[in-house]
Ligand binder design. Structure first.
Ligand code: ADP
Length: 519
């Protein structure tokens, strides 16, 4: 029988040259003089198990002093047994292993139990780190722990792969584009959340099906053709698709072949980006451009006609005052329309070029409102607008742009008021913001239009007086001021347009202005 002895205490003085404690050295490397051939074989196997093992193995005594490390361990860590024998293996510590992991290992070993973990990150002699799958187990003599063995398995590469895979998984999960993986026989294998959201199907309803489930009826062949054309290189094209609730949407589609490391075609990635909104705006722009040309031509024709009438009257020396007055009014109206159109167009191009900037200053909103209302009353009617009592309130904003918003909302309200009821403007002052409301008792806006009313080119009735740009520009101006704009309206019951602006100055009772910090 092989004999074991108690744990070894090694002091630097009695450390043997080989780095191994004498007793273990004897056990492992010295031909052990015993009579039984069977025992010799056992010893040989035992010795070679350590020496030849591809798994790095470290043996410590129960006080955690190194007593043995095999060549695989030396190779992995860069340390030589002769250098570390008798030391505590804290030199491996990278500082990245949570202390509670060491505590768990120690608790298990001292209670005579095995413990495996992947949480240990160690440091080599050259400073590089490696992550291990480590198994710790005690060698016992009877009930007493004798040695502790650590067997490692380097999992750095595997962890790196896992991390990369996890990153790709998250990338696909949080992508805004719908992503499908498609098998070589053109079946959906997996889908991301954006794909489910875009088409309204569940994963179960899509997986295993042909991507033709997303094609409008009669267009199924096109997709198959596209897959066949993309076995070598990705292809990108635009296509109409159909959602579960039968909505047709415009999709920018990319199909890319996926090849494995053995150059074998694995399948395809299918990426869908919803461009319906983009297409709609594009179409609106086209309609807008043709209507702009038309809109410019109409007032010019009218202006020319009016001027010819004036000229004829002058030449005939007929002073027909009512006629002159009517044609002057028409000229004025048409000029106003042209000016408004040109201003809106200029604002739109500034917005598109990112050149729409604010020139902010401190001013009294009460004064601005009064000035704007006076101008509007001159153009429309003295009774067109009423204002509730307004207090002075200083704001830090672009005076001209805020005037533009107020007059735009007032003119819209007047234009849509059929009755003689005036438009009402009120101002509410809150601790951190001021809210301006413009209320009319006019036609109101149907519910279905309310969500889009502030969109670019959106009009409730096309070919009305404007171009669907006024409210969009108002929204942009208010957003640039970090304010909000919204509407409450009911068809046939009138509308109230609100906008709020943050207050950056405190208006004290004495009328002094105290500047608050800009946010
Ligand atoms: P436009 O210059 O074409 O009037 P706007 O952006 O100012 O464009 O307005 C968008 C749409 O909102 C218009 O088509 C108009 O019908 C509707 N609208 C705006 N203000 C009101 C209002 N006070 N009452 C009813 N409809 C309104």
């Amino acid at each position: 029988m092989m004999k074991f002895y108690g744990p070894l205490k090694i002091s630097p003085q009695n450390r043997p040259k080989s780095g191994l404690p004498n007793r273990l050295q004897k056990l492992l490397f010295t031909p052990y003089r015993i009579e039984l051939k069977q025992t010799e074989d056992e010893l040989y196997k035992f010795r070679h198990f350590f020496l030849d093992s591809p798994w790095p193995i470290l043996v410590t005594d129960t006080l955690s002093n190194v007593v043995y490390a095999n060549p695989a361990w030396e190779k992995l860590t860069g340390y030589k047994l002769t250098q570390i024998s008798g030391e505590k293996p804290t030199f491996l510590n990278s500082g990245k292993t949570p202390p509670e992991v060491f505590k768990k290992i120690y608790d298990h070993l001292t209670h005579g139990k095995n413990y495996s973990t992947e949480e240990v990150i160690n440091r080599r002699k050259d400073g590089t780190e490696f992550q291990i799958h480590a198994t710790y187990f005690p060698i016992k003599k009877g009930n007493r722990n004798f040695y502790f063995v650590q067997s490692f398995h380097d999992i750095t590469e595997r962890k790196k792969h896992e991390e990369t895979r996890e990153k790709y998984t998250q990338l696909i999960k949080y992508s805004n584009d719908a992503i499908f993986s498609i098998s070589t026989d053109y079946k959906i294998e997996s889908v991301n959340p954006a794909a489910r959201k875009l088409y309204g199907y569940t994963t179960k309803e899509l997986v295993g099906k042909s991507p033709n489930i997303l094609m409008p009826p009669g267009k199924e062949k096109v997709l198959l053709q596209a897959f066949q054309n993309s076995t070598k290189k990705y292809i990108n094209f635009e296509m109409e698709k159909i959602t579960k609730d039968k909505r047709i949407i415009n999709i920018s589609t990319t199909i890319s072949p996926i090849y494995g490391s053995n150059k074998k075609l694995f399948g395809y990635s299918l990426i869908h980006r919803d461009i319906t909104e983009m297409k709609k705006i594009d179409q609106m722009k086209k309609t807008f451009l043709s209507s702009v040309a038309h809109e410019i031509k109409t007032p010019i024709t009218t202006l020319k006609l009016m001027l010819q009438i004036q000229k004829r009257l002058l030449l005939a020396e007929k002073i027909d005052l009512p006629k002159i007055n009517t044609s002057l009014k028409t000229i004025d109206h048409e000029f106003n329309r042209l000016t408004q159109l040109i201003n809106d167009l200029l604002d739109l191009t500034r917005l598109e070029n990112g050149r729409f900037t604010l020139t902010e200053e401190f001013f009294d909103l009460k004064e601005l409102v009064n000035e704007t209302v006076t101008k509007i009353r001159l153009i429309y009617d003295a009774k067109s607008v009423i204002t509730a009592k307004i207090n002075s309130i200083y704001i830090f904003a672009d005076r001209i742009r805020i005037e533009q918003v107020i007059s735009n909302l007032l003119i819209n309200a007047i234009k849509h008021s059929h009755s003689k009821e005036p438009v009402e403007l009120t101002i509410e002052i809150h601790p951190h913001r001021v809210v301006i409301a413009i209320r009319d008792k006019g036609s109101g806006i149907d519910r279905k239009h309310l969500a889009s009313i502030f969109d670019q080119f959106y009009q409730v009735r096309q070919n009305s007086d404007g171009f669907g740009l006024g409210l969009y520009i108002c929204k942009t101006i208010i957003k640039l001021h970090r304010g909000k704009i919204w509407v409450r309206s009911k068809a046939d019951h009138g509308s109230t347009f609100f906008f709020s602006l943050p207050l950056k100055i405190q208006n004290t009772k004495s009328g002094d202005k105290k500047i608050l910090k800009n946010n």
